[in-house]
Design a protein around this ligand. Structure first.
Ligand code: 5GP
Ligand code: ZN
Length: 120
């Protein structure tokens, strides 16, 4: 899949482009964080790269720092919302067996309740 903007077919590219509304939490030149439309915890934010990357399988060596940036942005939001001390979860689902439904890499940030482990 193309690593460039894919606004014709990709839901998250369309959100990034402002074509589909979303509650933006934080953004910068590389990433956008917005509220998940179907939250699974009091905090459920998706952190996505502006660049279209389909799944973690498509990630190049050059994009590894970008993934670190997504994690740091999720960490900052968790801290801002007071979850740092109690704890929170960050998850990348990759492909069908993990339940990935939107094929634009996204980091889930879940916090504000006790999360069980192992996940379903
Ligand atoms: P996945 O299952 O691919 O790891 O996660 C996709 C996530 O995107 C789900 O948690 C789902 O609720 C969320 N989602 C799907 N469509 C939309 C949408 O139109 N807007 C927002 N904000 N989130 C969405
Ligand atoms: Zn996309």
């Amino acid at each position: 899949m193309s690593e460039d903007s894919n606004t014709a077919s990709c839901l998250f590219c369309r959100i990034i482009a402002g074509e589909i509304p979303a509650k933006i939490v934080r953004q910068d030149d590389r990433a956008v964080a917005f509220e998940d439309v179907n939250p699974q915890a009091p905090t459920h934010v998706l952190v996505v790269p502006r660049q279209h990357i389909g799944t973690l399988n498509d990630l190049t060596v050059q994009q590894e720092a970008l993934v670190g940036h997504l994690i740091a942005m999720a960490r900052d939001i968790a801290r801002e919302r007071g979850h740092a001390e109690a704890g929170y979860r960050t998850v990348f689902n990759c492909n069908a067996a993990a339940g990935q439904t939107v094929f634009h890499v996204h980091l889930h940030l879940l916090g504000g309740r006790t999360l069980s482990w192992p996940p379903g």
